[in-house]
Structure formats: C-alpha cells, structure tokens
Design a binder for this molecule. Structure first.
Ligand SMILES: Cc1cc2nc3c(=O)[nH]c(=O)nc-3n(C[C@H](O)[C@H](O)[C@H](O)COP(=O)(O)OP(=O)(O)OC[C@H]3O[C@@H](n4cnc5c(N)ncnc54)[C@H](O)[C@@H]3O)c2cc1C
Length: 338
C-alpha cells in the first residue's frame, strides 16, 4: 500500500461543510491551499464559459485524507490464497462457473416436482458444467453476479450492475505531475477527485500514467455484459472536455489502454447486503468500495456464515450482522462512493 493520500478538490462551501470539519478532527487529514493545488498542475479557476456549460466549480482548497492511498488488489488476493493454501483444508477451483443452485426439500419424499410449498427447503448442491458439489452450507461472494444464481430461486439480492470504465492516460505534462506529492514518504501524486463532475484520477507510479474513471448516475443504465469494454467516445465526449479544463496536462494526453468492470450497486444506501436464507449466505452489494471494505465484509461474512449475531471489525468496533440484512436493515447512507 502506498499512502499517497486521497485529494478531494473542493469549493469553499464544501471545505467548510460539517462533514469535512468533522473528518479533520477525527482522521489523519489536512486541507491544502489553492497555491499548493496550482503547484500540482491543477487550475483552481476554471474558464467561466466552460464552467457554465459543464457545471465546473472553482477550487478553493483540497481535503487530503492522509491515511489513504493506492494498492494492487491482485497482490492482496494472492497473499490470502497463499495463506489459505498453507493453512490446509481449502481447495480453489479456478475457471469453474457455478451454473445453478439446487433447491431441495430438507426431507425428501421423492415425488416429481419437489420441493413443494409446504416443504422445508435447503440448497442441496451446486452445479458446474462438469460436476455437482454438495455441502451443509453455501456462501455466495459473487458480488455483481449474485442475481444470476439467486433470482431463479426467488431470492432478490437488491443490487444492480453498473458499468464503470477506466482509461489509462499519459502526456509529458502528466509524467511531470507524477513527481509531485501532498503526503506520505514516497513521491507519488495523490489519488485525486475533481470537484464536479467528480472524475477521479488514480496515479500509476510504475507507468507514470493516470487511470481516469467516473462513477455515473442517471444516464448509465444497469446492464451486465460478459466482456465489458471501455468506450473511446465516452472518454473523448464526457471525460476529456472536463479534464482539460481543470488540468492542462490532459490537453494533449493519449489513451494508452482502457478497461471496464461493474460496481455491484445497492442503490438503497450504497453499502453491503448480507442475507442468510436456509443454508445459503449471500454477501453482495459492495457498491464500488469492495476493496476498501474487504476486511470488514470478510469479517461480517464469517459471522453470517457461523450464525453469530455480531462481527468484530479491525478497529475493535462491533457491528450487528442483521443491520446489513434486507428486512432488518439499519445502516446509514454511504456518502463516499467514488
Ligand atoms: C473500475 C473499477 C474500479 C474500482 N475501484 C475500486 C476502488 O478504488 N476501491 C474499492 O474499494 N473498490 C473498487 N472497485 C470495486 C471493487 O472492485 C469490488 O467492490 C470488489 O472487487 C468486490 O470484491 P468481491 O470479492 O466481493 O467480488 P468480485 O471481485 O467481483 O469477485 C467475485 C468473484 O465471483 C466469481 N463468480 C461470479 N459468479 C460466479 C459463478 N456463477 N460461478 C463461479 N464464480 C463466480 C467471479 O468470477 C469473481 O471472481 C472498483 C470496481 C471497478 C469496476
């Protein structure tokens, strides 16, 4: 993990908001000035005409979350794979698609058409293309793909797939920007969120590029394709006009590569949904923050699976598993979805 900080660029109203003032007291963070932001290569006063057309904002300062940064999730996942393999008793089956959850009566009568409405039900097995696997309990951590497996059973995961695209962009100016920093030991540009539209720029120190992304609201339908692709027009018509107004280094920048994926959106409150039905536990709805919340989600999933009432989070705080359930839900609205 590189602690290069998250830099939220803001107008004065947002800088003075209760949320920012409270964060400044509670977490390792600071505010940087317009001058410091200009030093990073970001324009604080946008062109009035462009600002009017695109709803751009002037930048009066930046809130820096210093205990934040960037990491490579693949490395973290590989670490846990190794740990689990060393522990023993865990077998990973890669490239094995589960096609179906088989619903059965708890006590079989062996009549055609089982299970009937009056029978107690369980998931007896799951099917893959070449095998059927049996277990006492099943846990789905399939995030955006959960509905494919649960909908045929009448279990609604209350999440929708939202496509998010990433463009890896470079120019000579961006290479120069990469040498600057606002916090941390290393010379790494902060993960930066523009004030509006809140496009985010993730620095990639190795390639000295920015990964540019934006989490869309209205206008981006919910859909799930097998191999989602980034749309070049989306960059040139939507992101580029905004980027070049705030950051001159984007004017002549080139797209080096691009990719797309899905947020598993819980559109009620923007955070995880954990639900247990019969012998099936479901953890889904990471809503674009499943890396940041992975540790907490894993602890909650473990408690859900074990039938414990609460989960103890990393900092020692306890949380009721039912608070993230569907009918027993009691969570605040997630306000930080980048
Ligand atoms: C472009 C982009 C940028 C993001 N950036 C961030 C970020 O900066 N910070 C952050 O916290 N989060 C970020 N996220 C969100 C984050 O990637 C997800 O929340 C996280 O990966 C969820 O982890 P997961 O293990 O629950 O699900 P996934 O990583 O989606 O894993 C689910 C797994 O289940 C498997 N699976 C699904 N269906 C089946 C089936 N039927 N049979 C067998 N296997 C199946 C899939 O193959 C997959 O391996 C980003 C997402 C995108 C798309």
């Amino acid at each position: 993990m590189h602690f290069n900080g998250y830099l939220f660029l803001m107008d004065e109203r947002n800088l003075k908001s209760m949320a920012v003032q409270s964060l400044l007291k509670r977490v390792k963070s600071k505010v940087i000035s317009r001058e410091e932001i200009s030093e990073l290569g970001i324009k604080t006063d946008t062109d009035p005409e462009a600002a009017k057309i695109m709803g751009l904002k002037n930048i009066d300062g930046g809130f820096v979350g210093e205990n934040c940064g960037i990491m490579e999730p693949d490395l973290l996942a590989s670490y846990y794979v190794r740990e689990l393999e060393n522990m023993g008793g865990v077998e990973f089956r890669y490239n094995t698609n589960v096609t179906r959850l088989n619903l059965s009566p708890r006590t079989k009568l062996n009549f055609p058409g089982e299970p009937f409405i009056w029978q107690d039900k369980i998931i007896e097995s799951i099917e893959t293309k070449s095998s059927e696997l049996f277990a006492d309990h099943f846990l789905l951590a399939t995030d955006v793909w959960t509905s494919d497996l649960t909908s045929p059973l009448g279990i609604d995961p209350f999440t929708q797939p939202k496509k998010v695209q990433v463009f890896q962009v470079q120019s000579n100016g961006i290479v120069e920007m990469m040498k600057k920093k606002v916090t941390g030991e290393e010379d790494i540009f902060p993960f930066t969120i523009l004030p509006g539209p809140s496009i985010d720029l993730r620095p990639d120190p190795k390639s000295r590029t920015f990964w540019v992304s934006y989490s869309e609201g209205i206008g981006r339908g919910f859909s799930l394709e097998e191999n989602p692709m980034a749309e070049a027009d989306y960059y040139s018509n939507n992101l580029y006009p905004v980027l070049r107004e705030y950051i001159p280094a984007f004017e002549d920048a080139r797209i080096m590569s691009s990719w797309a994926g899905y947020y598993s959106m819980n559109n009620m409150d923007g955070t995880y949904v954990l639900e247990r039905n019969m012998n099936l536990s479901v953890v889904t709805g990471s809503s674009g923050s499943g890396i940041m919340k992975a540790d907490a989600a894993g602890r909650l999933a473990s408690s859900l699976y074990s039938g414990k009432e609460k989960a103890k989070l990393y900092g020692g705080a306890e949380i009721r598993v039912a608070d993230l359930g569907i009918t027993t839900r009691r969570v605040d609205q997630e306000t930080l979805i980048i």
